[in-house]
Write a protein that binds this ligand. Structure first.
Ligand code: PXP
Length: 263
């Protein structure tokens, strides 16, 4: 199981003051020395955290593979930067973070063309999708190498049941109506969906990653799914880094994931 450490939230801190501190490139080296197999960054169209200067230095200097999340609007920049992999994600200006997977059916032609352009430039391609067999099928037909399964709903359900999410002002509306029993059942359903899709996609020959909202409490359920070979995790590692330091936080996540793998 590979761990992709997403360092966008270090860039969020940098963007809060706009004086170049903390340096995201330093985070790349610390993560690489502490169990990360890959660095994940999201070059957003509005450049609200990772900017072109960060992206260029990270791709040029990272000792480990760089996975760049991107929407259609930045593909020309990604083609120039040439990271190891591009993960296509949907993007909305007003969202706090990526809210869902790609609508492969609606945007199939554009996604297929984009996959072709990226692959011609020798950039591996992953598609961020909601867990479903239909999405895996379409991803294969698009020519992508990999799918990344969106674990956002699983993570939100988990946070509503075991954390404080349901009591906060930003609790998703569909979660506040659910009681403890409902949440448990929904979590089980979501895990089954992720597991089935991962196994199906792997049978098709796709590589399978997962990510979004994973943390030290909920990651075991996803890391235990054999067909998933990579997790991309950011916010929880950077949040823990405030208390432990970034290196310790990355290492603890890498060790936790390794301990949860099926033997
Ligand atoms: N994977 C994808 C495709 C994402 O968009 C994100 C968030 O940038 C992550 C993984 C990491 O999510 P988190 O920061 O919640 O761990």
């Amino acid at each position: 199981m590979k761990l992709g450490v997403n360092i966008d939230h270090i860039a969020v801190l940098k963007a809060a003051r706009k004086v170049g501190d903390p340096d995201v490139l330093q985070a790349v080296f610390v993560a690489a020395q502490n169990g990360a197999d890959q660095i994940t960054i999201h070059l957003r169209e509005d450049r609200r955290h990772i900017d072109d200067y960060d992206a260029k230095r990270i791709v040029a200097n990272s000792p480990i593979a760089v996975n760049m999340e991107c929407a259609f609007g930045v593909i020309d920049e990604v083609l120039k930067l040439r990271p190891f992999r591009a993960t296509l994600v949907p993007e909305k200006r007003e969202e706090v973070t990526t809210e869902g997977g790609l609508d492969l059916e609606k945007h199939f032609a554009r996604i297929k063309r984009t996959v072709e352009r990226l692959k011609e430039a020798d950039i591996a391609v992953s598609l961020f999708v909601e867990p479903s067999k239909a999405a895996a099928d379409l991803a294969l037909r698009s020519g992508a190498d990999m799918i990344e399964l969106h674990t956002g709903r699983f993570s939100n359900l988990w946070a509503a049941l075991y954390g404080v999410l349901a009591r906060t002002p930003y609790a998703p509306n569909d979660l506040t109506a659910l009681n403890g029993g409902d949440l448990k059942r929904e979590i089980d359903r979501e895990i089954k969906k992720i597991k089935k899709t991962a196994a199906f996609a792997r049978e098709l020959g796709l590589q399978v990653a997962a990510g979004h909202g994973l943390n030290y409490h909920n990651v075991a359920a996803i890391a235990a799914i054999e067909a998933i070979e990579e997790l991309n995790i950011g916010q929880s590692i950077v949040a823990r880094a405030i208390w432990t330091g970034f290196g310790v936080a990355a290492r603890e996540m890498a060790q936790l994931i390794a301990a949860c793998r099926p033997r």
